[in-house]
Design a protein around this ligand. Structure first.
Ligand SMILES: Cc1cc2nc3c(=O)[nH]c(=O)nc-3n(C[C@H](O)[C@H](O)[C@H](O)COP(=O)(O)OP(=O)(O)OC[C@H]3O[C@@H](n4cnc5c(N)ncnc54)[C@H](O)[C@@H]3O)c2cc1C
Length: 408
């Protein structure tokens, strides 16, 4: 009997949660995490809204619905145990006019089927009791929706992996994967240079976020789905107006898209943000306003699914571009929810890049996608609420890795 080595590609919240889960359940196994950046949580984990979702939106029975509910519980417990920031500030999902009522009613049915705790339907005066400055005809109030700091959580998970005897290699991009004699050989950018050897592992879990399609292909995975990056820009509300929102205020989302729409969100570190919008990014992992990567753009344009998606949704794309170019246009939609916060009350803040899987047929893949074959588990689509769900995704993945089977 030998101890196994479990390799994990990606030091975002999912890779680290999986690493911790393996270390907890199989203390004799050795966990090795490979992260290409010089710090943990450098991409989606460190550029999101920080919201801990309560499961309002997701198709009942889907992985998102199941793992978000379980994930929120686990995350609350974990934050309490590790003294990490966590605040249940609650959120309102607001319909601003009667035209939105049908979508709103459908959303309420979904939320109730998902068992969102404490959910209440509020009319105009009920809305004012929760959020005095919000406008709207009807709203759902989810008091259990919270906020946290996902980078702090990722770091804590990394510490847990190391305390359990695992290793986290930073600045170590995985460049090639191959099978050899029943094991998996992991080459990194350091392999071959100055005596750097490839690593050999027994199982691999690929949690590469914006690179998940490319890393899956290194392991022989299918071309589909392809990651198409979507930028999401935030605005920061000036100090004088920050108290106008107590928790979070969201629109009723457009069911054609997996994005939730520009919303008002409090941050655990203080401050109030508006965002994120959603439009096509020209780079997967660069955050400058004009960032462009020839390889990333070529990968997007070379994917037939992208053209099918673009052909069907170009009008929405034009609307989004207006908001990118002008703060006034950006705030026009946000001001429908909180009229007292206008373009003069915000400054441009950070942005995030979403890894959105797009099928060959142009569909934006909605649910989490987790593939398994030949000792490799590949997370191929883990958009929001994957940070909320991370600890539950880790349980789900580790349950299915077959690690309980007798060792060789
Ligand atoms: C704008 C925005 C807002 C969001 N808001 C929320 C929210 O409020 N609540 C919520 O639950 N979710 C939210 N999400 C989604 C959430 O952030 C992600 O689902 C989650 O962070 C995914 O984690 P991950 O570990 O899969 O990806 P990542 O955090 O992107 O981590 C992947 C890691 O893999 C590394 N990597 C890639 N390729 C290689 C390689 N070849 N070798 C080694 N390492 C590699 C990357 O450097 C990266 O660190 C949001 C996302 C965005 C972008």
């Amino acid at each position: 009997m030998t101890n196994r080595t479990i390799g994990i590609v990606g030091g975002g919240i999912i890779g680290l949660a999986v690493g911790r889960e393996v270390a907890r359940r199989f203390p004799d196994d050795q966990v090795v995490v490979f992260e290409k950046e010089d710090r943990l949580g450098a991409h989606q984990t460190g550029h999101n809204s920080g919201v801990v979702h309560a499961g309002i939106y997701y198709a009942p029975g889907s992985l998102k619905a199941q793992l978000c509910t379980r994930g929120r519980h686990l995350l609350e417990e974990y934050c309490a145990e590790r003294s990490l920031p966590y605040e249940r500030c609650g959120k309102l999902v607001v319909a601003v006019d009667d035209a939105e009522r049908a979508r709103f009613d459908a959303l309420e049915r979904t939320a109730r089927e998902n068992g969102v705790p404490g959910l209440r339907r509020l009319d105009g005066s009920g809305i004012a009791d929760v959020e005095p400055y919000a406008a709207g005809v009807v709203a759902l109030h989810s008091p259990h929706t919270g906020i946290t700091d996902y980078v702090a959580i990722a770091r804590a998970l990394g510490e847990d992996v190391e305390k359990a005897g695992g290793t986290v290699h930073l600045s170590t991009p995985v460049t090639a994967l191959r099978a050899r004699a029943g094991r998996l050989v992991v080459s990194t950018a350091q392999t071959g240079a100055a005596g750097g050897h490839p690593y050999e592992v027994d199982r691999l879990v690929l949690c590469a976020g914006l690179e998940s399609d490319r890393v899956a292909r290194l392991a022989g995975g299918d071309q589909a789905p392809r990651i198409v990056p979507f930028r999401g820009e935030y605005m920061s509300v000036v100090a004088a107006k920050q108290d106008l929102v107590r928790g979070m205020i969201y629109p009723v989302p457009d069911p054609r898209y997996p994005f939730l729409g520009v919303h008002f969100t409090r941050r655990v570190g203080g401050g109030l943000e508006v965002g994120p919008n959603a439009f096509l990014a020209l780079s997967r992992q660069r955050y400058g306003r004009g960032s462009f990567s020839v390889r990333d753009v070529a990968d997007t344009l070379g994917w037939p699914g992208f053209w099918r998606f673009a052909g069907a949704h170009w009008r929405t794309g034009l609307d989004e571009i207006r908001g990118v170019l002008s703060t006034r246009a950006y705030m026009r939609s946000a001001q429908r929810y909180v009229p007292a916060i206008g373009p003069a009350d915000v400054t441009r803040a950070g942005l995030g890049l979403r890894a959105q899987a797009v099928g060959r047929d142009g569909s934006l893949v909605d649910d989490f996608v987790i593939e398994q074959r030949d000792g490799v588990t590949a997370i191929r689509n883990a958009p929001s609420p994957a940070a909320t769900s991370s600890l539950a995704i880790a349980e789900h993945v580790v349950d299915r890795m077959g690690l309980d089977a007798p060792r060789r």
